[in-house]
Design a binder for this molecule. Structure first.
Ligand code: GLC
Ligand code: CA
Length: 560
């Protein structure tokens, strides 16, 4: 597509910060805004264009900031509005844009709207949330929340239930109510006027619910699945178009919707290239059960994805959105395990090579790449020894439900599941150096530091010209130097291979060939035999004819 619509956010590389775990500046063991400001030079060196900040708003922290009690105030743990203004200014001066997390499917139960709403059925804020009568002395329907247990909470004061798709401290907003939309759009405008550069919209595919609230299909744990009735609901596109008209279109923003359960057809609407809704969406197929890692119960698994499945999913998204909508590219984030542990090989022998290979495979695809903090260091999953090592309510609730109450999974198996997919794997503190607590804090970190910090840390990476850090830096520079990486068409190659993920990109008479060996064995590969071309990047200093070495990645530019 030589005439693809150009946009700054298509050419950018995004760096996600989970503020709680990035850098503590005052010794209380919790990362904060001043800590992030202090690390702007590091991000500048890496070369990223945009920071996406996970939520920093006032919050009682039931779900680490994804439960907001005041959208216009900063969480006490993270600092003050002045600290925010300093961060925004410092980032902008360094040429880095700032994208905020926008969590508007739900608020905290401590938000003033909900405090009012639960007071009486006549309260002016009653319809800000979703209240229903019970059914046969129980909840209004069989839905299970994403964080275990019923999705409805009974409230004695008014003898009704409210809906919470996540924890009971995260009541869902009622988007059917135009006053909710007015309030959300006002708040968004307020942040835009402050000069932020975009929004990552939390579970935005869930804001429109099936108004008949039917039972969901019954799952292995006995509850009903709410997803079919809350994801990509009947009015979601209408709401986003209204948001676009009233807020987004007045600014030059990066917008990305987290879209649980999104299909390709839906994504084409959310991320439609006429710009009437969002810039792009996060889809979940390649990190979800569809990627062939199997599951023990719900999301809990000890399995690893199979490359051919991952490739089939990613190639499908590449092919089908071509020219119609824009892809986002990611392998991990604050809700996923570390990508080198999940998709690569985190043993000391292969960790660096496989991390570079994965990065190559992702960053050479068409779309906007996202780097999750520490990914550029090849940070790995954690080892959990007991429930006491965990902080995330998703893990804790799942343990109570599946291990303690339903006795469906043994404690030992559940811990192995945690080692594999728990969200806390990605939330351990950023590993800055080899000093105590990895230079993250001078106090006691809120979540234990991964013990491998003495070897895997930013200071060591910056001293080593072969580190994953410099490899990511180079990938980012290449993207900025070669329009073919941003705008070139995508063509899958070797789709029958069990071991190699290969593809080509084309633009203006040039062709980029990318081949990545996802295994620890040498595998035959003849893609580069005929036309040696110009090598843009590789994780090996030299190559073997007709072969890809273990976890080898090669990117070669040729004339067409
Ligand atoms: C999103 C967030 C996740 C959070 C959930 C509820 O999936 O990424 O961290 O727990 O929404 O807000
Ligand atoms: Ca702090």
């Amino acid at each position: 597509m030589a005439n693809e619509q150009k946009a700054w956010w298509k050419e950018a590389v995004i760096y996600q910060i989970y503020p709680r775990s990035f850098q503590d500046s005052n010794g209380d063991g919790i990362g904060d805004l001043a800590g992030i400001t202090h690390r702007i030079p590091y991000l500048r060196k890496l070369g990223v264009n945009v920071i996406w900040l996970s939520p920093i708003y006032q919050s009682p922290n039931d779900d680490n900031g994804y439960d907001i009690s005041d959208y216009r105030a900063i969480m006490d743990d993270f600092g003050t509005m002045e600290d925010f203004d300093t961060l925004l200014k410092t980032a902008h001066e360094a040429g880095i844009k700032l994208v905020m997390d926008l969590v508007v499917n739900h608020t905290s139960d401590e938000h003033a709207w909900f405090v009012e709403s639960r007071k009486s059925r006549e309260n002016p804020y009653r319809d800000f949330y979703i209240w229903k009568d019970g059914r046969n002395g129980g909840a209004p329907n069989n839905w299970e929340s994403y964080f275990s247990g019923p999705a409805w909470q009974y409230d004695e004061a008014t003898d009704q239930y409210y809906l919470h798709c996540f924890s009971k401290k995260q009541p869902d907003l009622n988007w059917e109510n135009p006053k909710v939309r007015d309030a959300v759009f006002d708040m968004m405008t307020w942040w835009c006027e402050k000069g932020i550069d975009g929004f990552r919209m939390d579970v935005i595919s869930m804001i429109s619910k099936d108004q008949s609230f039917p039972d969901g299909p019954v799952k292995a744990d006995g509850y009903g699945d709410l997803s079919p009735h809350v994801c990509n609901g009947p009015r979601v596109h209408e709401y986003l178009q209204e948001m676009n008209r009233r807020v987004l279109s007045h600014y030059d923003l990066l917008t990305v919707g987290e879209a649980a359960g999104v299909t390709i057809d839906e994504a084409k609407k959310y991320a439609r290239s006429d710009g009437k809704e969002l810039g792009m969406v996060f889809q979940f197929e390649h990190v979800g059960p569809e990627n062939g890692k199997g599951s023990i119960i719900d999301k809990w698994t000890t399995g690893k994805p199979q490359m051919p499945k991952v490739r089939a999913i990613l190639n499908k998204w590449q092919r089908e959105l071509e020219g119609k909508a824009w892809n986002s590219l990611y392998l991990d984030n604050h809700d996923q395990p570390r990508c080198v542990s999940m998709f690569g090989n985190d043993s000391p022998k292969w960790r660096v090579l496989s991390a570079k290979m994965l990065a190559t495979c992702l960053h050479m695809q068409k779309g906007t790449p996202y780097i999750y903090q520490g990914e550029e260091l090849g940070m790995t999953n954690m080892k959990f020894h007991s429930l006491a090592d965990c902080q995330d309510l998703e893990e804790i609730n799942a343990w109570h439900q599946y291990v303690d109450e339903q006795k469906k999974v043994s404690a030992e198996t559940m811990l192995q599941c945690f080692d594999t997919v728990a969200r806390d794997n990605a939330r351990t503190p950023m590993q800055w150096d080899a000093s105590a607590s990895a230079g993250f804090t001078t106090g006691r970190p809120w979540l234990a530091v991964n013990p491998n910090y003495t070897e895997i840390n930013a200071e060591a990476a910056l001293k080593d010209p072969d580190s994953t850090f410099y490899y990511y830096q180079k990938l980012i520079r290449l993207r900025h130097a070669h329009p073919i990486i941003v705008y070139g068409t995508f063509e899958p190659l070797l789709e029958d291979s069990e071991t190699i993920y290969a593809f080509a990109r084309e633009l203006d008479g040039k062709r980029l060939t990318v081949a990545c060996n996802w295994t620890e064995h040498e595998v035959p590969c003849s893609l580069f035999d005929e036309n040696p071309g110009e090598e843009l990047i590789s994780n090996y200093p030299s190559h073997k004819a007709g072969i890809l070495q273990p976890y080898e990645a090669r990117v070669v530019l040729t004339d067409k």
